[in-house]
Design a protein around this ligand. Structure first.
Ligand SMILES: NC(=O)c1ccc[n+]([C@@H]2O[C@H](COP(=O)([O-])OP(=O)(O)OC[C@H]3O[C@@H](n4cnc5c(N)ncnc54)[C@H](O)[C@@H]3O)[C@@H](O)[C@H]2O)c1
Length: 441
């Protein structure tokens, strides 16, 4: 099929690339000229395992194209995916300006029947808005072109995005016509070879499904973080509690690790947007708003432990920091706990020596670009020279079993604050470290 994907970010680039890998002819569009120029040269703007190789293979096969002009994608397209950002607006609701902007442009430029698929995460009712905007533009052009709007929320995880897209747990398709369902099912059939994973529903339910999935996962995280904080107070071992409850098949082991709170581009804004959707419809979503409050507090737990150990005034203190990305496998730092922790420590006079396998450029260029007190190093061990303590913040595999003799020989004082959501069994106290974890005194 001929497909166009509008918005070539994490979701759009992975979507376009994976569809092209199945033999479709895909054009990815973005308004960011720099991004498109780089993609044309084979430079991938994000780090995502396996993506770079797949992009270059499909570009070479002439199945994957990049452009800044929607017109280039519309010439042959049967299906257009909207995969632009839906950031948090000032009032906490999802900002739909990019989605509706694309809808308007589609109405102004489409030349033949089209399936318009909303892949961005959008509030309930957005499908109707997209339809109305396209229709309005077609009427201005005095054209009557058949089109269908579909909701097809994306569930990929950054760090495993290609794998998730190629082998999805489920594919949710919300539509209001058999024609749209049939075309979408054909498109996705190569991804559901061994058993059917397509779940069809109405558009509003599909839109809601995405928010509810993210809110449920965020709730599990905040719940376990709250439990960890209580365990710390009563001297219970939260890791043993985790194993004790996870063994109940109704609870399960996944997503119940305590840590420094959730970050990333999705959970924070989607939890907020769901509260807003409820509020706009006259309902106060108390549980969901508490999930957010617990998370805001959790991001500061490691900073608070540092302050408790070294005092309010951190002038003259230097900390090594391993891990800037909000989770391993990505260079994405959106809403990463590291941002909040670093800002708090620096505000109190500390200096930071940081290392991350993938996110240092993001940090320097965008998220912490104004913070002069950070020095970045290309090797994790270099960060340790004469530091008062080291902070472990992202669960990168290369941080799991470092050389502790080297660590200790470099550090001024052997103090480690571990904010990762994995418990280390390394018995660091026995290796002569002062070791602080989430959920432990
Ligand atoms: N990142 C994730 O893990 C993830 C997972 C599932 C769903 N989502 C959702 O998917 C959507 C996209 O997320 P993302 O992380 O890929 O965003 P992103 O910010 O990485 O990418 C969005 C892209 O859209 C482009 N864009 C904006 N307006 C445009 C226009 N008019 N025409 C062409 N391009 C335009 C931007 O330049 C940017 O490159 C969001 O709604 C998000 O909530 C994201």
């Amino acid at each position: 099929m001929n497909l166009t994907v509008v918005g070539t970010g994490y979701v759009g680039l992975v979507t376009g690339t994976c569809f092209s890998a199945m033999g479709n002819n895909v054009t990815c569009i973005d308004i960011d000229k720099n991004k498109i120029e780089n993609l044309k040269k084979g430079n991938i703007p994000i780090f995502e395992p396996g993506l770079e190789r797949m992009v270059s293979k499909n570009v070479n096969n002439n199945c994957l194209h990049f452009s800044t002009e929607l017109k280039d994608g519309l010439a042959n397209a049967e299906i257009v995916f909207i995969a632009v950002g839906t950031p948090m607006g000032e009032d906490g609701s999802a900002d739909l300006r990019y989605v509706l902007g694309v809808a308007k442009q589609l109405g102004q430029e489409m030349l033949k029947p089209l399936i318009v698929v909303d892949k961005s995460t959008v509030p309930v009712g957005t499908g109707d808005k997209v339809k109305a905007v396209i229709q309005e533009e077609l009427e201005k052009r005095e054209l009557n072109i058949d089109f269908h709007v579909v909701s097809n929320p994306e569930f990929l995880k950054e760090g495993a995005a290609v794998q998730d897209f190629m082998k999805p747990d489920r594919i949710v398709i919300g539509a209001d016509s058999d024609e749209a369902f049939d075309i979408m099912k054909d498109l996705y059939s190569p991804f559901t070879h061994n058993h059917d994973r397509i779940i069809t529903m109405d558009i509003r339910s599909a839109e809601m499904t995405k928010y509810v999935a993210n809110a449920m996962l965020a709730t599990k995280i905040s719940f376990m973080n709250e439990v960890a904080n209580i365990c710390e107070l009563v001297d219970a071992d939260v890791n043993q509690v985790r194993i004790g409850i996870g063994s109940d098949s109704r609870i399960g082991y996944s997503f119940i690790y305590p840590g420094s709170g959730y970050g990333g581009s999705c959970f924070p804004k989607d939890v907020k947007a769901l509260q807003k959707i409820a509020e706009e419809n006259g309902y106060k979503a108390s549980l969901i708003s508490s999930v957010e409050k617990v998370n805001d507090r959790q991001k500061m737990i490691i900073a608070n432990k540092v302050i408790k150990r070294f005092g309010d005034d951190l002038n003259g203190r230097t900390f090594a920091l391993w891990g800037l990305a909000f989770k391993p496998g990505t260079d994405d730092m959106r809403e990463a706990p590291a941002i909040y922790i670093i800002k708090e420590l620096v505000k109190r006079g500390a200096k930071i020596r940081a290392y991350d396998p993938k996110a240092m450029e993001e940090s320097q260029t965008y998220y912490l670009k104004d913070i002069k007190e950070i020095t970045y190093f290309n090797s994790k061990y270099e960060t340790l020279l004469n530091v008062d303590a080291m902070l472990l913040l992202t669960e990168w595999k290369e941080f799991r079993s470092p050389d502790f003799v080297e660590l200790k020989s470099q550090m001024k004082t052997p103090v480690i604050f571990d904010g990762r959501n994995q418990y280390s069994n390394l018995k660091l106290e026995k290796k002569g470290f002062e070791y602080y974890q989430i959920g432990k005194k």
